[in-house]
Design a protein around this ligand. Structure first.
Ligand code: ADP
Ligand code: MG
Length: 478
């Protein structure tokens, strides 16, 4: 067994202090892989495995680390941080310089700040390709976005963001748009990207959460601190689509830092997700509250009128390429009425009719539409029930307050309603037990499980309770 030196003992006490000061999450993201290389009376030498970690710690935590050491050894006056890996060591010892044009990693060029670059290619592709932006669909622009009651606010906010210019005050940050699938989030986000980038100087970067995880973060990791800031400086608006897919502790830590860095620098962040910030279960509370701190807009399902307008505009677009194609108004009205789900199904319906008309040369009739639509019409999806609604409805039913349900009070008149509410949360939503526990005043998942089992058992024998629960379910579902 290795001897534990006094230096290493001090180091583990310093690490303990750091962990307490910054919290477990930050500690494990940034400091878990930090090693002590040596200590003489005034200088501590530490190492980390990557340059990114080094520069991040230097620019964000150097004083903290120093202070923790000084609490242990008053004589320490300086921290020296190096990169451990043999390959990178020689690079790390060179002074950090900003590379003017490109930094290569895995054969992939990351342009930092390049007026030259901008001059060569179009503004959109320069901003986008340089930073590994996700592909954009040329059809998803503001021009093709149809307005309706369900999306007016989201659209207005998106327009505002796209029209803002560098130096303008940022009105709401981040702009967070959420809705069910197929209701136009990606369409709006890509519209912002097209419109924003059309005005040369402005740079909007559109990334799916997946791209963010596998492209952007690793690109950032390969940069020095200065280069990292330079990259961020080049972005006016960062757009992230499908945030619900952002996974992994480290990725989230980096997302959190990117978000903070951009917002603090007055840059706009736009996010789309299939749920509100409070339902992003795997994100930590600080990120969630930062996300909720801007403007959160929900887009509800497309109303029949809006569906009809979307169909009409789609038809006009299709006619450009297929002049013989025509769908008479009654057929459009029929589709708008029967296909209730989302924009993607509307598109699918029209494509079917188009294919049919192309292949058979026959006119599109109502009969044809009825036949073709049959398997596109699915039973109405069950309504999304929210935990807050469950708590509100249960509290009202049992004449207690919502605060009682979330409290730690254990009197019988509160315990039973609380168990019922947890049971309903488990059966009517897709939330996990730990998430439900968190939403019920930070309870443990075993408590939730216990409540769910308890009510399941009681419902079998207690008809009054069974009826009460049926009534509650009905109130929540329609
Ligand atoms: P989401 O990202 O919310 O799942 P999308 O933006 O991908 O939804 O939209 C699905 C389809 O519906 C796309 O083809 C989109 O162009 C269309 N769509 C949705 N809302 C609108 C709208 N308001 N105007 C025009 N097309 C729309
Ligand atoms: Mg989408």
């Amino acid at each position: 067994m290795d001897m534990i030196t006094p230096e290493q003992e001090s180091w583990s006490r310093v690490k303990g202090r750091l962990r307490v000061e910054v919290g477990d999450d930050i500690y494990s993201s940034w400091f878990a892989r930090m090693d002590l290389e040596g200590l003489d009376d005034s200088t501590v030498r530490l190492s980390v495995p990557t340059r990114f970690l080094k520069s991040w710690i230097q620019s964000h935590y150097s004083e903290r680390v120093l202070a923790c050491w000084q609490a242990e050894h008053a004589t320490v006056g300086r921290i020296e941080l190096s990169v451990r890996s043999g390959v990178l060591r020689s690079l790390a010892q060179k002074p950090a310089t900003v590379q003017p044009a490109a930094a290569h990693q895995n054969g992939h060029a990351i342009r930092l700040s390049g007026n030259e670059q901008r001059a060569i290619s179009s503004p959109l592709s320069a901003a986008h390709e340089a930073l590994g932006g996700s592909p954009l669909d040329p059809r998803l622009t503001f021009e093709t976005f149809v307005l309706g009651r369900s999306n007016t606010l989201a659209h207005a906010a998106a327009k505002q963001v796209a029209a803002a210019r560098r130096g303008d005050p940022v009105m709401f940050n981040p702009l967070y748009i959420h809705s069910g699938v197929g209701l136009g989030k990606t369409h709006l986000l890509q519209s912002i990207t097209w419109a924003g980038n059309a005005a040369g100087e402005h740079k909007v970067l559109y990334l799916t959460a997946e791209k963010f995880m596998y492209g952007f973060v690793s690109a950032l990791r390969s940069q020095t601190a200065i280069a990292f800031k330079e990259v961020l400086r080049g972005i006016d608006v960062l757009v992230i689509d499908d945030l619900q897919f952002l996974q992994g502790k480290n990725t989230q830590a980096e997302f959190c830092h990117t978000l903070n860095a951009l917002i603090d620098a007055g840059r706009q962040v736009v996010i789309a997700s299939d749920r509100p910030p409070s339902d992003l279960e795997s994100l930590d509370d600080r990120v969630r509250s930062r996300l909720a701190g801007g403007l959160v807009v929900e887009m509800s399902s497309l109303g029949e009128e809006l569906r009809l307008e979307i169909l009409k505009s789609r038809m006009e677009a299709a006619k450009v390429h297929h002049p013989g194609f025509d769908v008479p108004p009654p057929v459009l009205a029929y589709i708008a009425k029967t296909i209730t789900h989302n924009g993607r199904d509307l598109e699918g319906a029209l494509n079917r009719l188009l294919a049919h008309s192309k292949l058979t040369g026959q006119p599109v009739t109502l009969e044809l539409a009825e036949r073709e639509m049959r398997d596109l019409i699915r039973p109405q999806e069950p309504k999304r029930v929210k935990i807050e609604d469950i708590q509100r409805v249960v509290a009202r039913q049992y004449n207690v307050s919502r605060a009682d349900l979330l409290s730690s009070r254990r009197t019988a008149n509160v315990v039973r309603p609380r168990q019922v509410a947890m049971y309903l949360a488990k059966t009517l939503t897709l939330r996990s037990l730990p998430e439900i526990g968190r939403r019920f005043g930070g309870r443990d998942h075993t408590t939730v499980l216990h409540a769910v089992r308890k009510i399941e058992n009681l419902v079998g024998s207690d008809t009054t309770l069974a009826e009460e629960i049926e009534v509650l379910k009905r109130q929540l579902q329609d």
